[in-house]
Design a protein around this ligand. Sequence first.
Ligand SMILES: Cc1ncc(COP(=O)(O)O)c(C=O)c1O
Length: 402
Amino acid sequence: MKIDIDSTLAAEGGTATRATFLPFHQPTIDADDERAVLETLRSGWLTTGPRTKAFERELAAYTGAAHCVALNSCTAALHLALEAVGVGPGDEVITSPITFASTANVIVHRNARPVFVDVDPETLNIDPQALAHAVTPRTKAIIPVDFAGQPCDLDEVMAIGRQHGLTVIEDAAHAIGAEYKGRRVGSVADMTCFSFYATKNITSGEGGALTTDRADWAERIQVMGLHGISRDAWKRYSAEGYKHWDIVAAGYKYNMFDLQGALVLSQLGKLDTFHARRVALKARLDAGLRDLPELAFPAERPGRKHVYHLYPVIVRTEALTADRDTIMAAIQAENIGIGIHFRAVHLHPFYTETFGFTRGMFPHAEYYSDRTISLPLYPRMTDAEADDVVAAVRKVIARYRR
Ligand SMILES: Cc1ncc(COP(=O)(O)O)c(C=O)c1O
């Protein structure tokens, strides 16, 4: 009897698709980035300063927003956005359950109530119809998420916001460089929050930014991101000379510092090149996987530039003899790193225990939550590595096909 060694899963004692582990993500850091950081290290100015300020100007120009505040995370940006519009006890903020912890956590940090609404099952972005039904007199803001790098239905979400006098704070952690009907994300919603976390499309290791056209919000966020001490406090040790500063509010320590600013400024210049590589790799993964009936893929809507931050697939467990976690473990055993974006936030213990959310409330989000696996997709991946991803997934699916 001929035994095909390669078809035996590594999880079941076979040979792995790859001899070495392919990480789920690796940043692309080149000599320019290294030089930018090294120059900053040698400049004598490490904290918030000229590089961070230059990045703020560049990101405002890139997105087309009037103002940009650089911060130490997207979480900080979301938190300060809610603070700037005065979200507090008794208020409700509507968001998507298919998101990262912080989108919902910041609502809780403001002592407000997170209100989830279901997602569009095809895009996994917030469903505008469900959103419209969830608005109450207590609703103060909406935080839609640009899931995986595809802008949400901004026209519809903004229209609901305008109709009810709500602030729309776009969580664009995945979506730097994305466009909606010809406008860059960052210039459409009332405020837009970006992440430069290590896995994001451009990175400073940790980092974030907020863009807005409103000068009063930008100023409040700038102040609240640096202890609540008066404007331009970062200059207090600069050549301009020391000036007294005042504590105007009990702010936070959320400032981006210049090592981050230098790195992400250098990265911003490469965003379009990175994007072109993501597009090519995404097409390669599509070509290798789209014929598998056991997988489904989020839909792309017209009129948007999707920036392919993630490559999520939906494992149609109805067509398989294994659940998502078994498939996930088998792909990892083939030496392919994976991610899960996301298990629905409303089903996590804190949210069920504190707010009484239960399974069954948001069926589209839950269906996806139970079946999604994100496959590696990042500019420094080679075509051969993308082919390994395809081979590993096909091998695992073939094993568990019904
Ligand atoms: C949708 C979403 N929102 C917010 C965040 C938070 O970003 P940060 O890590 O920069 O705070 C993330 C991070 O992964 C995210 O995926």
